[in-house]
Design a protein around this ligand. Sequence first.
Ligand SMILES: *Cc1c(COP(=O)(O)O)cnc(C)c1O
Length: 353
Amino acid sequence: MLNFYPGPSKIYPEVRTFMTDAFDEGILDAPHRGEQFVQMTRTVVGLLKRRLNIPQDYYIFFTSSATECWEVIIQSLTTRKSSHIYNGAFGEKWFEYAKKLRPNAEGVKFDLNEPMPVEALNISSDTELICFTQNETSNGTRVSATSILNLHNRYRDTLIAVDATSSMAGINLKMIKADIWFGSVQKNFGLPPGLGVLVCSPRAIFRAKQIAEKAHYNSLVSMYEKMLNHQTTHTPNTLNIYLLKRVLEERPFIKTLEQHLTDRALDLYTFFEQFSDFKLLVENEEVRSKTVIAVQGSERLIDEAKKKALHHGIRLGNGYGAWARNTFRIANFPAILDEEYEELKRFFLHYFA
Ligand SMILES: *Cc1c(COP(=O)(O)O)cnc(C)c1O
């Protein structure tokens, strides 16, 4: 089965051996306060920083998912309100979670084909945290490095949190330009689900300590205190942390990966432009995602394409949220091989050209 689903997505085939190795090395039932676990976590944190270009002084934490990160960030870094800038289902969900925790949370919605409207923002002066989604998996849009830089320059005194779940470990994110970044491993990392990676600037930790919220098992201050000793607040997903280590050890530097994904995305966009019955959901090239490609068509045709593909051993991603029925999505993640995209293209040329 060729898997182009944007999460859970294709797993690196090497993971099969790595799982056996984990068993044989005895890490899976090692105590999570013991030396073997601590060593492993220290190594993974170092690898993440080197391979993903994370600033040396930033902190790394493990959660169970990106969804958990949404919650931890709001609980531990706001007391009154956060402001959410979004154009799709994931950004909106984060905003919905925030409103349940802090009813004063504010949201600004922008159009799918527009860049994030940094100049036009009118964020309340008492906002404690600005939140946006760097790669909106539901509709295949992205926020460019320039927009992030402009946001950073305009709101220098406010913490900025970025959901990078479907771009982290695929795109070279300039982490220095925001305070909080997070993602989960079942997207660009090419691993099975069940582990989130949360990255925080020293300034974010300073703020968390000021607020000193400790009402939850994964309150940021508690996570920080445990991570000083390379430990977690609870018994974590040891297997996935181990797999993360093994996968990162063999990975090229993020700049190389990004270039490859950029070229491949461009190729896929050009490819799908040639069909008369399909249309790219995102018309503005500037805001098209490099890691998730959304293709639009009539509901009947989209349904037919997905079914026929499945029949030929190809799993396309369903549409999501407002675009559930009239789009399919294709992940452009590092674990998927160029040959697999060639097979995907042959399938579409054969049945839909
Ligand atoms: C997949 C995804 C999530 C949710 O990730 P989980 O690990 O399932 O919690 C959140 N945000 C974005 C942008 C995503 O792509």
